[in-house]
Design a protein around this ligand. Structure first.
Ligand code: 9WO
Length: 250
């Protein structure tokens, strides 16, 4: 997969995509993340990339010309796929969207700065908008880093253990179960007995029940849209019954 990022801060993107699971995926040749700086395509002695808005008001906008030349350079270099603009105006970026993007050969991410991008550039060149949440940042780079991380770790071979991707929070629409380390200092105190039992079927059942229960407690909106199996409904019913009889147990 190839991801090309149009940004005034390509170093930030390179850093974010260079560590951890995604960094390793890049070393393995599974993903290439390339930054493109509109500043490098700006003209004039000052290489300006910003300009004042028509209609007045505070702040500056990103000039369309350097963005257009920059995008053309990325395309000539082989960048392919849709141009995605990170902005709070877009539909929410979700795990489902991460899966969909991970199944494509690549895409481009446009990171805005200042008060935004000239609308005519967006109309002409942007295929999709994505928001990572309802807050205003100082630029799209953190959003781009989130998308690259969520997508990159889903690529085949990115995770050392394929099972860990399946176990993840959200991969099956549920929240994660609690985890306990084999800590020398803490020992086994406070660790649920079932995890020390060695009974793997029982452990799997407990984890599934915790996932269902936590989702019910913390994100009932997620459960409402799901279609649980009979077994899952039974596990959840048992969790809820226990919750009612001892509401303060974990
Ligand atoms: C609007 C605005 C109005 C008055 C004064 C300052 C202002 N800044 C902005 C604004 O929305 N700035 C954006 C900063 C311009 C485009 C890039 N920026 C951005 C992207 N902020 N937050 C995001 C973002 C991206 C993805 N998901 C969530 C937030």
């Amino acid at each position: 997969m190839r991801i090309d990022v149009l940004t005034l801060f390509p170093d930030f993107i390179a850093q974010a995509a260079g560590v951890g699971v995604v960094g390793r995926a890049a070393e393995r040749g599974l993903i290439t993340v390339k930054g493109w700086n509109p500043r490098d395509y700006a003209t004039g002695n000052y290489r300006r990339v910003d300009e004042r808005p028509f209609g007045g008001g505070p702040g500056m906008l990103m000039l369309p010309e350097p963005l257009e030349t920059c995008l053309a350079a990325a395309r000539t270099d082989g960048a392919s796929g849709p141009v995605i603009y990170l902005s709070p105006q877009g539909p929410r970026f979700t795990q489902a969207k991460a899966r969909a993007l991970a199944a494509t050969p690549g895409f481009l991410l446009l990171c805005g700065r200042y008060e935004g991008v000239d609308e005519r550039f967006l109309e002409a060149h942007v295929d999709e908008e994505l928001s990572i949440g309802d807050y205003v940042l100082s630029g799209g780079e953190l959003g781009a880093a989130v998308v690259i991380d969520a997508v990159g770790r889903l690529l085949d071979g990115a995770l050392n253990d394929a099972a860990s991707a399946v176990q993840d929070s959200f991969e099956d629409g549920l929240l994660d179960c609690p985890h306990y380390t084999r800590s020398e200092r803490l020992g086994t105190s406070g660790v649920p007995d079932v995890l020390l039992s060695g009974d793997h079927a029982k452990i799997a059942r407990w984890r599934r029940q915790q996932s269902l229960g936590r989702t019910w407690l913390r994100r009932p909106d997620l459960l409402a849209r799901m279609d649980l199996s009979r077994q899952d409904r039974a596990l959840l019913a048992e969790f809820i019954a226990r919750q009612v009889s001892s509401p303060d147990s974990p």
